[in-house]
Design a protein around this ligand. Structure first.
Ligand SMILES: [Zn+2]
Length: 197
């Protein structure tokens, strides 16, 4: 049995994605051995994360200012919205340098077989952007896996119902089924975007 502060931090780390209890234990003992300066720096980073990062109220990316620098950029093409499921996917597309439109971060996906639409998904927020006459095209750029496909089919219908004038496109095939956009190489992702269907 560890003492309480050790145990509590192990539990806290265990809640992070892909971190099991063994890994959480390693993190805690690493921090204990690494000294006060490292721990203080990490504490400050966590504090800044909570205090300074907010949601962009246009695209729902995490940012230190709302609207974020992409939404506020006059040079971006406001007629196109690329929908991604997580902020990391937005960064992957930005890195290709092949896209100059806006984004919408959904913050997750639907799960096949579940009729309930989770409230944390930014779907109503998306539809109110789709309603605007300046929106001409929406690119569905969710991961090519079962959850992503289910969500894209659902969104396509909702977008068409909301604004039949809007063109709905998808990334070209070429991304492996079941892959995560975040890890796709820039050339493959860039060409999937340019050759969207
Ligand atoms: Zn934004």
């Amino acid at each position: 049995m560890y003492s309480k502060p050790i145990d509590e931090l192990i539990q806290a780390f265990s809640r992070l994605p892909s971190v099991g209890e063994r890994t959480a234990e390693r993190f805690v003992f690493y921090l204990l051995k690494s000294g006060k300066k490292d721990v203080a720096e990490m504490t400050l980073s966590l504090k800044n994360l909570i205090e300074e990062i907010k949601s962009c109220e246009v695209c729902w990316d995490f940012t230190d200012e709302s609207p974020c620098s992409i939404c506020a950029d006059e040079k971006r093409d406001k007629s196109t919205i690329c929908i991604v499921q997580e902020p990391q996917n937005l960064q992957a597309i930005e890195k290709t340098g092949d896209y100059n439109g806006l984004y919408h971060v959904l913050r997750g996906t639907l799960k096949p077989g579940h009729d309930l639409v989770p409230r944390y998904l930014k779907i109503n927020e998306l539809l109110s952007r789709v309603k605007k006459p300046e929106t001409k095209e929406v690119i569905l750029a969710l991961n090519p896996d079962l959850n992503g496909e289910t969500t894209m089919m659902f969104l396509e219908k909702r977008i068409k119902d909301t604004n039949p004038q809007v063109k709905v496109s998808r990334l070209a095939r070429g991304l492996a089924m079941g892959s995560d956009l975040q890890y796709a190489d820039e050339i493959t992702l860039g060409s999937a975007l340019k050759n969207r269907i």
